[in-house]
Each structure stands twice: as C-alpha cells, then as structure tokens.
Design a protein around this ligand. Sequence first.
Ligand SMILES: [Zn+2]
Length: 285
Amino acid sequence: MIDPTICTFVPQTLPPADRAGAAYWFAFQDQKMIVRTARDSVEAPLLTDLAALGLVPLRWQYLGYLENGQTQPIHCYSAEIDPTVALADGLVAEGLRDLYAPLGDVLFNVAGRAVQIITWDRTHQYCGQCAAPTEALSQERARRCPACGLTSYPRISPAAIVAVVRRDEHGARILLARNHRFPPGRYSVLAGFVEPGESLEACAQREVFEEVGIRIKNVRYFGSQPWPFPNSLMLGFTAEYESGEIRLEESELADAQWFSVDNFPSLPPKMTIARKLIDWFVGRQ
Ligand SMILES: [Zn+2]
C-alpha cells in the first residue's frame, strides 16, 4: 500500500477502464471536503466507489494517480455532492484550510486540485459565448462547445506575494501588513493579483506601491504555491526597499510596519508561502 506522504501525484484526464481497487475520493459539498473521522484521526476516503458511503455524486472527475514506483498506483477522483445531503455517521465536511495537517502535503495538494476542478466543471456546463451545453474533452482538462467551438480550461489566477527587506541604521527589517480580514494581531507579507498584460515583477512592484507607497528593487523569484481559495497560484518574490515611507491603502489594510526578528507579530501558518518567505528572512539574520 502506498504511503500518501511519500509518493508523487501524476495528473491525468482519462480514467482507468474499471474501478477495481481502492481509490481516493475527494468529494466536496460546496467548498468543504468530506472526510472520515475515526477516534482522533481524519482521513480522505479510500474506497472503490462513493456508493459505499451512501453518496451519489452530481458530477465526478478523474484526477490522476499517486505512485511510488514500487506498489500499484492509487487512482484519485473528485466528486461534487449535493450540499443538502446529510452525511452518514463517521463522515464530516471540513474546510480545506483545516485539513492541511491531517492530510499532509501530497493529499492536501490533490484536494486543492479537486475542489478547483469541481468548481470549474460546475460553472462551465454551458458555453460562455452561445449558451449551448458543453462537452468534456477526454485528452485534456477542457470543455468544448459543440455549437461554436469555444473551449474552456480551468482558470488559475496568479498572484505575486513579496517579502520586502529594508537594511539601514535600524538593522534588517521586513515589511509586514495587516489586512482587515486577518485574525486579530496577524501580519503577513503583501500580495496581489496579476493583471492582464502585466509581468510578475511589475505586479510585485505595483502592489507594494499601491498598498503601502513603497518603491522596491531587485525583485527575485522565490518559489510558488497553489492556493485553492478559490483558484490562485501564489508566486513568491523577495525584494529590497528602494524609497518611500509607509502610506496605507486604508480600504484594504489596517496597518503596515517594518519588523525586525526580535519584535515579530503573529504570523501566517507554516504551510503558507507567506510564512516561508518570512522564515527565509529570519534564516538570513
Ligand atoms: Zn458556444
């Protein structure tokens, strides 16, 4: 049996010819994933068919498989369940953010993929151009309109997230801000969506200037993280302070400050690229 914490996910669109053997079912009611609870543990359902849990999907999709190169791969499916359906004992629908620790990195990422594909599939049943019913293509993740030919692919919204570092007579400090929606006391690095026609570096520079009035330089790629809330890809950057003093965009931010490692506020969870950027800053001190 594959250990889901040390395997690789291989995306596919063509399902296997039969459903022999247990598969992971990433079933969602709205944005919540249906998981099994036993004693204190929470698990993704691993079974041949959702019918074993008394669930009938409104729609389902094949996602691909998990493999470790040694044992049989485990297939993965996503499924949309009517949100009004009551769940049997031992099942609960949980928000994805609360499932990172129980599922682990690999299954959490497949779950994030699942909820985005379910949402895209549900919202692209009809053509956006001529309103005819669309059809799923088998060779790629796409839906095509047989009447006008318009093809739709799952939408990913890229966002630049940037750690700005300032070095001066006060030492090294990082720019952290508080969004109005954050939990009390929480600060994080700045982020914003990429606009059509904009480079990632230009997005990072624009966002920081719009939100806090600071000019940045030496924007360098750091890493990326899929962020399925609802369909982002976070692209992380580091940058250096160039000029300006903090001037808040008050409709979005409650506060922004330069922080040194010895007076950090409450930070985002370890799993986030925001926190990895902040930890990168800490590691360089
Ligand atoms: Zn059409």
